[in-house]
Design a protein around this ligand. Structure first.
Ligand SMILES: NC(=O)c1ccc[n+]([C@@H]2O[C@H](COP(=O)([O-])OP(=O)(O)OC[C@H]3O[C@@H](n4cnc5c(N)ncnc54)[C@H](O)[C@@H]3O)[C@@H](O)[C@H]2O)c1
Length: 261
């Protein structure tokens, strides 16, 4: 018997990376999973791998910056699995750039996905939770970059601080509906996102060799290595389960000890 047997969960940004690893673990724990991603084929591939392992999942193309699209993904969960129990607002984008190079377009593009996408997700999931009579869980993917600013990711850090803040405000406002809202803050997770960030870092002349950026970022990790999506998934199972029912408004580090506050 899995820890999430019978739960209905939507994970955004789950075609690859952290979202895919988390969605597969949630599926293995017995949850019905809607895998939502801008990359619809990738979402279906993650769903297929969950089904191949004996789980229950469907994929859907979804742009978290579009409210209607978010609503469709959430309604799919209610349609497929009878209700919605948990939403993981995980989709996110970043860009490596110096502070003085951030353009209005960079800022708006990153904020639209990382910030506005989380706002839409919380609001649309709560509409469904209320229609179901209350209760429900929202788990947002923030970052240690939401707790400290880093010089090479100004817009990203601002967007993740927004995720932490939205988590706190929503937790306070929605507690009366029985809805808990939490976030988790990864440090360095080896996903394809880092291939892009590493290339951009070389493009702006900050690093020279392939892999140098992630290597430098990983140097201070107390547990001595960068993480994998699987390292993150255990906390996500906990946050999706009844074991976390008395926790709300928190942004929990899962970073191997990069930050100790
Ligand atoms: N990798 C890390 O070190 C790290 C650290 C801290 C936080 N995070 C956060 O974790 C989350 C996942 O990161 P990742 O490393 O797996 O990234 P990734 O780039 O490997 O995967 C992100 C996924 O989100 C999808 N996506 C992008 N824009 C979308 C949109 N508008 N709507 C729906 N889906 C969209 C992409 O198609 C992709 O499948 C992000 O929020 C990221 O900011 C990552």
């Amino acid at each position: 018997m899995g820890k999430l047997e019978g739960r209905s969960i939507v994970v955004t940004g789950a075609a690859r990376g952290i979202g895919s690893g988390v969605a597969r673990r949630l599926g293995a724990e017995g949850a019905g999973v809607v895998v939502a991603d801008l990359n619809g084929a990738g979402a279906e591939a993650t769903a297929e791998s969950i089904r191949g392992a004996g789980g229950n999942a469907v994929g859907i193309a979804c742009d978290v910056g579009d409210r209607t699209s978010v609503r469709s993904a959430l309604e799919l969960a209610a349609g497929e699995f009878g209700r919605l129990d948990v939403l993981f607002n995980n989709a996110g984008i970043s860009k490596t750039q110096h502070f003085m190079e951030v353009t209005e377009d960079d800022y708006n593009r990153i904020m639209r996905v990382n910030g506005l996408g989380v706002l839409f997700g919380i609001q649309e999931a709560t509409e469904i939770f209320r229609a179901q009579g209350g209760g429900g869980k929202i788990v947002n993917t923030a970052s240690i970059a939401g707790k400290e600013g880093f010089p090479l990711f100004p817009a990203y850090c601002a967007s993740k601080a927004a995720v932490v803040s939205l988590t706190q405000s929503a937790a306070r406002d929605l507690a009366g509906d029985g809805v808990t809202v939490n976030a988790f803050c990864p440090g360095v997770v080896t996903t394809e996102l880092w291939d892009q960030l590493d290339q951009e870092s070389r493009d702006v002349g900050e690093t020279e060799t392939e892999g140098q950026l992630i290597g430098e970022f990983s140097e201070g990790i107390l547990l001595g290595r960068a993480s994998t999506p699987e390292d993150i998934a255990g906390l996500c199972v906990f946050l999706a389960s009844g074991d976390s029912d008395y926790i709300t408004g928190q942004a929990i580090n899962v970073d191997g000890g990069m930050l100790v506050h």
